[in-house]
Design a binder for this molecule. Structure first.
Ligand code: NMX
Ligand code: MLT
Length: 456
């Protein structure tokens, strides 16, 4: 991390000074439109601007921006696979951490840095044994969260803190070390878990240290072409190449969604107790596993498959609309639609859709992908008429699951584990900055019903 560290170090003094001045001289300034109401206390803290988060900001209409850059701008400017206009998640990680667009050399250096830490895809012995002892059919997210927590056995931050050898101003350095190690281990972890849920836990593919992080996620899942896969994955060379680019796209754009979403907020909260990055992100993963958050991608696939089996003509908007109404009248949600903060189509959904549209031949006979592409023309009107949800448009989880399924990832529970690889990038970058700034432990005040009642 020599260059990454030096780029980070250059930005630290100015940012630290800015934060300290704000805290010291302007701590009493009220945040506009940020007043906390009884509605926000009882309503999931919506509209309550109270988390400090630097790397991404969510606009309700335009969606996510990474240090001010839209997904399109990231696709144009971040180094990646030139043939597919697809940036590497490593360049996204660089951007998230430093606020700067990396050069090709800097991106390659970070790719090598992560590969060096990955130890050829070998997991620490205790983590390997731990995973071997978990039932193969245990929920992949439970396995992933346990395995990530177990990596804290080697935490530099925890060791240094325990020994009292690190100064508070330098906490960020071992936090960065641990975060990069955690991220580098994720391909091997999810590869192992994928093998456990599909076979017996033995390797499905080989780690390739000349390739990028997303490629190695695919390779260790046994989904690449040529010598790296040890698995007969039935993909043509073009399909495995496309699958790798789908993985780069997916893991690049799911990396961060400002600070308030459950996985990011949990990582930040647990990290504020100075728990090390492994424990902090393991907690974030537990939140990502909920059906209203990351698990929704899996629910979408189930729902599309069920709908395909239930209606005669999936090109008939009337039949789709009737099916959606039957769901809503039995008090079920339409998965992949709605959002806590967004009020428009999620640009991440748009990016996944464009991936499919660019490969129309590949997907023309996949009834689930076709239905996913038709649904945005029908579901928003139904949800508007239903009148409950504030955002009737597709969210990020609408497209990803069926695309992964198309290439052979049929274990739906696993899709959230791929989300878990990606989401590590944002919250862990923020954790490094939390330590740079020396943010205190989070401890908001809670209120009971009587206290709220007194206010009215
Ligand atoms: N289908 C049916 N009803 C919905 C939907 C939907 N897709 N979205 C929201 N509603 C309902 C919601 O359940 C609530 O009903 P009630 O008052 O009876 O509790 C009402 O509309 C108002 O909800 P909102 O304020 O619009 O949404 P909220 O902020 O509470 O929740 C979600 C946001 C994302 C949890 C919600 O839209 C949802 O459950 N969507 C389906 C699941 C999903 O796709 N989740 C993935 C989100 C993205 N991610 O990765 O995390
Ligand atoms: C996310 O990516 O975390 C989801 O869209 C949920 C959110 O932002 O609340």
């Amino acid at each position: 991390t020599s260059t990454l560290r030096s780029v980070l170090k250059e930005t630290i003094p100015e940012r630290r000074e800015q934060l300290l001045k704000l805290k010291k001289f302007h701590g009493q300034v009220k945040i506009p439109a940020g007043d906390i109401t009884i509605g926000s206390v009882l309503g999931g803290m919506r509209g309550n601007k109270s988390i400090f988060w630097q790397s991404t900001t969510l606009d309700p209409m335009d969606g996510i921006k990474f240090h001010g850059m839209t997904i399109k701008q990231c696709q144009e400017q971040l180094p990646g696979d030139a043939n597919d206009h697809q940036f590497y998640p490593e360049s996204m990680l660089w951007l998230l951490l430093t606020g700067k667009v990396p050069t090709v050399e800097q991106t390659n250096e970070l790719i090598s840095e992560l590969n060096g830490r990955a130890e050829n895809g070998r997991l620490p012995e205790c983590t390997e044994k731990l995973l071997d002892n978990l039932p193969n059919n245990m929920h992949p997210m439970t396995q992933l969260a346990i395995a990530v927590a177990s990596l804290n056995y080697g935490s530099q931050f925890a060791k240094g803190y325990q020994a009292g050898t690190i100064n508070k101003l330098n906490y960020w350095e071992s936090t960065l070390e641990d975060s990069l190690t955690l991220i580098s281990r994720l391909p091997a972890l999810v590869g192992k878990i994928y093998s456990k849920i599909t076979q017996d836990g033995s390797p499905l593919g080989q780690f390739n240290s000349s390739k990028d992080w997303s490629y190695n996620i695919c390779s260790l899942m046994g989904m690449t072409a040529g010598g790296d896969s040890l698995n007969n994955n039935n993909l043509s060379p073009q399909q495995s190449q496309d699958f790798v680019n789908l993985m780069r796209l997916y893991t690049g754009i799911h990396a961060d969604h400002e600070g308030g979403n459950v996985s990011a907020h949990t990582t930040h909260l647990v990290g504020s107790a100075l728990s090390d990055p492994f424990l902090s992100y393991s907690s974030g993963l537990m939140g990502l596993a909920g059906p209203l958050h990351g698990l929704a991608a899996q629910e979408v696939v189930r729902f599309l498959v069920e709908m395909n089996g239930s209606i005669k003509n999936v090109n008939d908007p009337k039949q789709i609309s009737e099916y959606l109404w039957s769901l809503l009248s039995s008090n079920r949600v339409i998965p992949g639609y709605g959002h806590a903060v967004l009020r428009n189509t999620d640009p991440r959904f748009q990016a996944m859709l464009e991936f499919a549209e660019r490969r129309s031949d590949e997907f023309k006979d996949d009834a689930n992908v076709q239905l996913m592409m038709t649904l945005p023309k029908v579901a928003p009107a139904v949800l508007k008429e239903h009148g409950k949800c504030k955002n009737p448009y597709p969210n990020v989880d609408s497209a990803s699951g069926v695309l992964f399924q198309h290439y052979g990832v049929t274990q739906l529970l696993f899709i959230t584990a791929i989300f878990g690889c990606s989401r590590a990038l944002g919250p862990l970058s923020q954790l490094v900055w939390d330590r740079i700034y020396g943010l205190p432990i989070e401890r908001p005040k809670s209120m009971d019903l009587e206290a709220l009642q007194k206010l009215v």
